[in-house]
Write a protein that binds this ligand. Structure first.
Ligand code: NAP
Length: 340
């Protein structure tokens, strides 16, 4: 298969190109080539999607399949569809589970869940605050141009080697250090994500098999308590989680989900009870394969060590801040009342 990856120099698109090369496909990556390199065995064609005619270096070329990972800009997505859509046998657009309007209801399926309204033409296509609406507009552009040949893949949190967001990696990194560690909310809350290599493998399979439609890409939801236990086993640590109520975290200024000073991947319940509890049975039937946590944890920890465990993190709290919060939590809980 001749596969074009619009991107290929970082994280998701790099993993897609690498998976396709490993399966023996002829892979072309189209990017500026400034964020990193394309995988060994892939060709790089330098393009600039910011320019109206920026895809000209691909003129006259057709591909059996195209994968577009464009993050926000429906203008870029439309330009790529206009230039390459007519000659493409199959088109994958990497969207996101942030397109959904209802984050509260657990167990929703891709086909049935309501979406945010699309960003209108003229919207600021660099506004990360409008991520969901912009992605809906990108999806719509794909469907209206190549809908009968399109796979719209909606990943949840994408994790693993090459992830610069520091979200998932916080946990294997912290758990590997052992001791009592701060765990957010309740052990029975759930968590959901996808290993970048599983997401990439599925995208290549979708292109090989001509999968069409719109599906989520994430592992089945797992309880935080079980997940942290398995994570401890995977990284060979005997750490002990201390479950701290979400109200306490909010009161003490701990941010949810991401960013400096956050507890990554923690989301307030019930407001976000549906965000990481999506029903992915259709995706699993359609070829998504999820590797064991063991593998994802080991690869994420190796990536964390490469970045440096004591670096300033984009997401997560420091050991000092964690110790302070645990101390305050213990004080607030108070000693057990003696009985007589
Ligand atoms: N991370 C997550 O947890 C998550 C979750 C759900 C969905 N997603 C989606 O996954 C996708 C992420 O894709 P990604 O990891 O490959 O990262 P990305 O940061 O979106 O990079 C995409 C590629 O675009 C290229 N690029 C950037 N500007 C360009 C330009 N002006 N002209 C041509 N190429 C340009 C980059 O290469 P050069 O800079 O070298 O040109 C890079 O290879 C996004 O669509 C995101 O919405 C991510």
């Amino acid at each position: 298969m001749r596969l074009l990856v619009l991107g290929g120099t970082v994280f998701v698109s790099h993993a897609v190109a690498a998976a396709a090369v490993a399966r023996g496909h002829r892979v072309t990556c189209a990017a500026r080539g400034v964020s990193g390199s394309v995988p060994v065995g892939a060709e790089l064609v330098r393009v600039d999607r910011d320019q109206p005619d920026g895809l000209e270096p691909l003129d006259g070329r057709t591909f059996d399949a195209v994968v577009d990972v464009e993050s926000l800009s429906f203008t870029r997505v439309r330009r790529a569809l206009a230039a390459l859509g007519p000659g493409a046998g199959h088109w994958t657009y990497v969207s996101t589970s942030s397109v959904y309007a209802d984050n509260e209801t657990p167990g929703q399926r891709a086909g049935a869940a309501p979406l945010l309204d699309p960003a209108p033409d003229g919207a600021d296509e660099t506004d990360r605050g409008q991520y969901g609406p912009l992605k809906v507009a990108c999806e719509n552009a794909v469907r209206s141009a190549v809908g009968e040949r399109a796979f719209v893949c909606r990943p949840g949190l994408i994790v693993g080697p090459g992830d610069w967001s520091d979200r998932f990696g916080y946990w294997p990194a912290r758990v590997s250090l052992g001791g009592r560690f701060l765990a957010p909310g309740r052990a029975e809350n759930e968590v959901q994500y996808v290993d970048v290599r599983d997401c990439a493998a599925w995208i290549v399979t979708a292109a090989e098999q001509g999968l069409v439609g719109t599906l989520d890409a994430m592992c089945p939801a797992v309880r935080w308590g079980d997940w942290l236990t398995d994570l401890s086993t995977a990284v060979g640590s005997a750490g002990e989680p201390v479950w701290v109520q979400q109200d306490f975290l909010v009161e003490h200024g701990v941010e949810p989900w991401m960013g400096p000073g956050s507890l990554p991947m923690w989301l307030p319940i019930p407001e976000y009870a549906g965000f990481m509890t999506r029903d992915v049975s259709e995706s699993l039937t359609a070829g998504l394969r999820i590797r064991p946590l063991q593998d994802t944890a080991a690869a994420s920890l190796a990536w964390e060590r490469e970045l440096g465990l004591d670096r300033e993190r984009r997401s997560g709290i420091t050991r000092e801040r964690e110790a302070e919060l645990l101390r305050l939590w213990a004080d607030r809980s108070g000693p057990a009342t003696p009985s007589c």
